[in-house]
Write a protein that binds this ligand. Structure first.
Ligand SMILES: Nc1ncnc2c1ncn2[C@@H]1O[C@H](COP(=O)(O)OP(=O)(O)OP(=O)(O)O)[C@@H](O)[C@H]1O
Ligand SMILES: [Mg+2]
Length: 247
C-alpha cells in the first residue's frame, strides 16, 4: 500500500535562512507519528511547510500527499485534499463566530452544500467529547478564548473537518491536567472513528498517555536524527536530547 504522506529530501528556508536540511518521512493512512526535538529544531517549520505557508520556501525535495505533489499547492488546495494543521498559537478571528467558521471551512473543503442536520449532530458529539459549552459556537473564533479553550477549538475543527492527515503542533502545551485528558480524548476519537493520520508535535508525553503511537521521530537542527516506536518518547523523556544534539 502506498503511503499517505511521503516527504523526500525536503529542504526549507525562511527568509533565506536554511531551517530544514533534508527531511525524509513517510506516514501511512491511519498512522500516528510523534515529532519531538529541542526548541528551534524546526518542528513548527515542518508543519507550516506541509500546509503551504508561503513564508516557508521549499528549496529542494518534495512533499507527496495522497499520490500527488503538494509542494506548489496553495493552502486551501491542501486543506481540500485533507491536510489540517492545529497551530502552536491559534489566531483570533474577530467578526466570525466559531460555528460559522466551521460551516465555511467544511463547505470549502468539500465543495458541497452543508448537510445541516448531520453538521449539528456531529458538532454536538464533538463538543461533548471536548467538554465544550455550546455557547462557544456563538463567540468570535478564538477571540477572548483562554489558551486552553483555543486548543480545544482547534481539536473541534479537526473532528469536524475530518482531515486525512492532521498536524497537531503543541496542542497540549499550556493545558491543565484535566484539559490535556479532554484534548487527548478528542484525539482518540479522531483516531478511532476516522482513518485519519496524525503528526503530533509535543514536548510533553501526557497527551500521548492514552493514544496509540506508531512512530516517533527526533528532529535536531533541521534533520531527523532518530526514528523509533512509541518507546522512544519515554527514552527522550528520561534522558533528554543530549545524545542526539552532540555531533
Ligand atoms: N519567520 C521566521 N523568520 C526567521 N526565522 C524563523 C522564522 N520562522 C522560524 N524561524 C527559525 O527557524 C528555526 C526553527 O523554528 P521552529 O519554530 O520551526 O522551531 P520548533 O522546533 O517548532 O521550536 P519550539 O519547540 O520552540 O516550538 C528557529 O531558529 C526560528 O528562529
Ligand atoms: Mg514549534
Amino acid at each position: 500500500m502506498s503511503e499517505l504522506l511521503q516527504v523526500k529530501d525536503l529542504h526549507v528556508s525562511v527568509e533565506d535562512a536554511p531551517i530544514l536540511k533534508g527531511i525524509d518521512l513517510s506516514v501511512g493512512a491511519g498512522e500516528t507519528h510523534v515529532l519531538m526535538g529541542p526548541n528551534g529544531a524546526g518542528k513548527s517549520t515542518l508543519g507550516f511547510t506541509f500546509m503551504g505557508n508561503p513564508s516557508y520556501v521549499v528549496t529542494a525535495g518534495d512533499i507527496i500527499f495522497d499520490g500527488e505533489s503538494v509542494k506548489d499547492m496553495p493552502v486551501d488546495a491542501r486543506a481540500r485534499k485533507g491536510m489540517f494543521l492545529s497551530f502552536q498559537s491559534p489566531f483570533e478571528v474577530p467578526g466570525i463566530s466559531l460555528e460559522s467558521f466551521l460551516r465555511n471551512a467544511i463547505r470549502q473543503n468539500t465543495g458541497k452544500p452543508l448537510k445541516i442536520r448531520q453538521f449539528r449532530a456531529d458538532l454536538k458529539e464533538a463538543m461533548e467529547i471536548l467538554h465544550m459549552d455550546p455557547s462557544y459556537l456563538e463567540r468570535d473564533l478564538n477571540v477572548g478564548f483562554s489558551g486552553g479553550e483555543k486548543k480545544k477549538a482547534e481539536i473541534l475543527q479537526m473532528l469536524m473537518l475530518r482531515p486525512k492527515f492532521a498536524i497537531l503542533d503543541e496542542t497540549d502545551s499550556g493545558l491543565d491536567v484535566d484539559a490535556v485528558r479532554t484534548v487527548s480524548e478528542g484525539v482518540r476519537a479522531y483516531q478511532k472513528n476516522r482513518d485519519g493520520a496524525l503528526l503530533i508535535i509535543t514536548h510533553s508525553t501526557r497527551i500521548l498517555d492514552s493514544l496509540k503511537v506508531d512512530k516517533t521521530h527526533i528532529l535536531v537542527k533541521g534533520k531527523l536524527v532518530a526514528t523509533g516506536d512509541g518507546s522512544l518518547v519515554d527514552e527522550v523523556n528520561e534522558n533528554g536530547f543530549a545524545k542526539y544534539v552532540e555531533d
